[in-house]
Design a protein around this ligand. Structure first.
Ligand SMILES: Nc1ncnc2c1ncn2[C@@H]1O[C@H](COP(=O)(O)OP(=O)(O)OP(=O)(O)O)[C@@H](O)[C@H]1O
Ligand SMILES: [Mg+2]
Length: 338
């Protein structure tokens, strides 16, 4: 095996209810999620998931609400145990860890930014961020220094002594991110970590995460509902429906060849971009940077450049004259309306 996998998920199924094993037998005999719930009051969380997540990549999980995203990611640090199958992290089956090793594993190797912020309400921003470091025995002065760096990184300098209840939802989410980054864990699990942020801050956080990733090469598992975010951040994207994995691939693979109608629904915004030309979306302005596109090209041609930088891209008409520019804001707004 030449490829290093950080996380391997092998035949994982998860059923919620009184007798999961019996319910699993019914699922294996072909029963779907809806029928299982109707007949036996069990919920099919995940069914026979197989995944390989490479060291140093950002792996995105997408799917509608209730499709099993949080359930899947919570298996990785064993907040949830599978009904069947196993999860290997660096080759170690997480189900074999004893209490002591599991605590060390959660403190040092894998940290999580939750969908709900899970901050300690009676501790300040700084105390929340460095809590894990102090539990781990780090000297308080050093922990505060590290904490201050992470708080600055997520744009919350000045709020160190505020309590979570005094912050907006987006700010609380950034405290959660700072806390996860402060631990230096090799694996970051991020469950809709940016969903509560307003668009500008969200974009800043996405760019910061890319910077952090370029420098630190963590293994990041990132859940989102947002295709643009998935394409911007994900080296690979997995799409779940009703607890079943429908497709895993790179962003371009999923855009070019969606495996089924469900996947196609997630990519329809981008597919729309194939039929809209750069000329149709150009607005007045001065190009910056080197890229210039033809007015007749599909606007899709601008996507990777727009994802990487905010500079206006030049659009030239049939005579080779600059006719206008494409900017990230105008392109995405226009496509969202289309
Ligand atoms: N503790 C639980 N007990 C019973 N059912 C559960 C439990 N946790 C999750 N489920 C069920 O498992 C399925 C998957 O839930 P999960 O929270 O993983 O969805 P999700 O994809 O993260 O959705 P969202 O986008 O809304 O966060 C749902 O049908 C949910 O009702
Ligand atoms: Mg969820």
């Amino acid at each position: 095996m030449t490829q290093t996998y950080k996380i391997r998920v092998e035949n994982v199924s998860k059923i919620f209810g009184r007798d999961p094993k019996a319910a699993l037998a019914q699922v294996q005999a072909g029963m779907g999620k809806d029928e299982l719930l109707r007949q036996s009051d069990h919920v099919l969380g995940l069914h026979d998931i197989n995944l390989n997540i490479r060291a140093g990549e950002t792996f995105v999980i997408m799917g509608l609400s209730g499709s099993g995203k949080s359930t899947l990611i919570r298996h990785f640090n064993r907040l949830i145990e599978p009904t069947s199958g196993r999860i290997l992290v660096d080759g170690v089956d997480v189900l074999t860890l004893n209490d002591h090793d599991l605590r060390a594993f959660r403190r040092k190797k894998i940290s999580m930014v939750f969908q709900k912020f899970a901050l300690l309400p009676h501790k300040t921003v700084m105390e929340n961020v460095i809590y894990g470091l102090l539990v781990d025995g780090m000297a308080p002065a050093l922990a505060r220094e590290k904490g201050a760096d992470q708080i600055r990184l997520v744009g919350l300098a000045g709020f160190e002594n505020h309590f979570p209840g005094q912050l907006s939802g987006g700010m609380q989410q950034r405290v959660g991110l700072a806390r996860a980054l402060a631990t230096d864990a090799e694996i970051l699990l991020m469950d809709e970590a940016f969903s509560a942020l307003d668009p500008l801050i969200r974009h800043d956080m996405q760019m910061q995460l890319r910077d952090i990733q370029a420098r630190l090469h963590k293994t990041i598992v990132f859940i989102t509902h947002d295709l643009d975010e998935a394409l911007l951040l994900g080296d690979h994207i997995a799409i779940l429906k009703d607890g079943v994995l429908r497709q895993v691939g790179t962003g371009p693979e999923i855009l070019m060849a969606p495996a089924d109608d469900y996947v196609a629904r997630f990519v329809r915004d981008v597919n729309r971009a194939r039929s809209v030309t750069c000329g149709a979306l150009a607005v007045a302005g001065q190009p910056q940077g080197d890229l210039v596109l033809d007015a007749s090209q599909p606007v899709e041609a601008a996507f990777s450049a727009l994802a990487a930088s905010d500079l206006p891209i030049g659009v030239r008409d049939g005579n080779g004259q600059i006719a206008g520019v494409l900017t990230r804001a105008t392109v995405f707004q226009a496509l969202a309306r289309a």
